[in-house]
Design a protein around this ligand. Sequence first.
Ligand SMILES: O=P(O)(O)OC[C@H]1O[C@H](O)[C@H](O)[C@@H](O)[C@@H]1O
Length: 533
Amino acid sequence: MQKTELWYRFASCLCTAPEIGISLDISRMRFDDRFFEQMEPAMQKAFAAMADLEKGAIANPDEQRMVGHYWLRNPALAPSNDLRNEIEKTISQVEEFAKKIHSGTITPPGGNLFKNVLVVGIGGSALGPQFVADALASPNDKMRSYFLDNTDPDGMDRVFAELGNQLKQTLVIVISKSGSTKETRNGMLETQAAYERAGLDFSRHAVAVTGEGSELDRLAGSQGWLERFPMWDWVGGRTSVTSAVGLLPAALQGIDIRALLEGAKVCDESTRRPVTMQNQAALMALMWHYATNGRGEKDMVMLPYKDRLLLFSRYLQQLIMESLGKELDLDGKQASQGLTVYGNKGSTDQHAYVQQLREGVANFFVTFIEVLQDRESSSMQVEKGITSGDFLFGFLQGTRTALYEKGRESMTLTVERIDSRTIGALIALFERCVGLYASLININAYHQPGVEAGKKAAGVVIALQLEVVDLLERRRQLLTADEIAAMLGRPEEAETLFTILRHLAANQDRGVEAIRGTKPTEWQFRIRAAAQP
Ligand SMILES: O=P(O)(O)OC[C@H]1O[C@H](O)[C@H](O)[C@@H](O)[C@@H]1O
């Protein structure tokens, strides 16, 4: 297509939503004129399913649950007064608690103010809060945010070292919807131990966000933690950022959570309208369908040209891939669905993998995010009449054009600026898009059966570790993985046993010694002499 033709396509395809300050350009997707017409019946069905969901239908049939994240920013939509009250009460609880922390009504033992927030959580209980914290951080923040989002001991040590002797002025928020996620439990236990080592009373620094009656809830209650905030079974982890999960850390950091909720609410209103061509979430969902044949045949590369949006693609990875990546469809038929998402930020990525995007395998489409406001203050000129922001803009436009010339498709979301309202709107836009797209491809977007399988398998490995250590302690001799497997009556587990013992042997404090062989079958293991009684 020639430039002038493209200009007309751009002008006719640009979907603007001034109320949320977002516009969506789909002109560089090469769908043909009949595409929307063909997809309209399916889109209308998706709108209807979404309307039912918002009214409180059991939209997650596997788990027999309602899906209520849209009520979180518009509690009046909740299907009962009880739910509405719960949501409103929780937002107030978050605000009041943050106020008390900021004003020093609640202080750490020994006085002084809480200066830092350490969030312990994983998956939906970390990615949203992390994204919001990073996107909206400012030098005037009331508190500084830190995250433990893994069970990596060295990763935890890095955070503890960074906090150093500021632990006494650090408030810990343990977030887990289920209250029983092992990574989070471990992070909490290690944090508790760090407080004890520093002679501090952890319970006077800790709050929990979790489901009522969960393991974490009971622990926080029995240890008298500062406060507990609810999570509900009708909010999914990956759509929980507008619940206490995201609001509490954000409010403590000093972020305007009312503006974030308002941005999400207004975006919901805009994307609720069943008018496809005026609905950005519907258009994006249709573009995903077009680009991937509704089967995830291409990956989506997220390229926000703004450092503050660096964590957006990580956040979206869970939102999109955990929602859509399913083996079976809603009718129980084999589907192997999904949409792969990756990306960091432009123009940085231009100096990394954009080479392949332009010239290599054409197995992707791009979603650019353009932010119109360069910075809060005015800019210097880096060349005559040109600022750094002009270059950032130029690189985005350049990459978009260069990709298009090579037949690579892209969409562009343009926002005015990065503030709480815009972040709320972007989150809501993608949540809605995922929901609509899931309907188009007949997928339950709100369960995650595959994750459970991984957790169970990990449990088996941990149990096996206890068995093998017990055996070695009893036998006190050098043994190969095969010999151990045979002794345990589990010959098929030799490989797992080998990896368990190799890991233990690499950590001096675990008391296992390895005599290395050329091949794994030749390695021998025993309890270290020093560890023997
Ligand atoms: O909040 P939690 O219950 O600790 O769950 C944390 C995460 O656990 C699993 O990985 C789920 O698949 C995620 O959806 C969830 O966000």
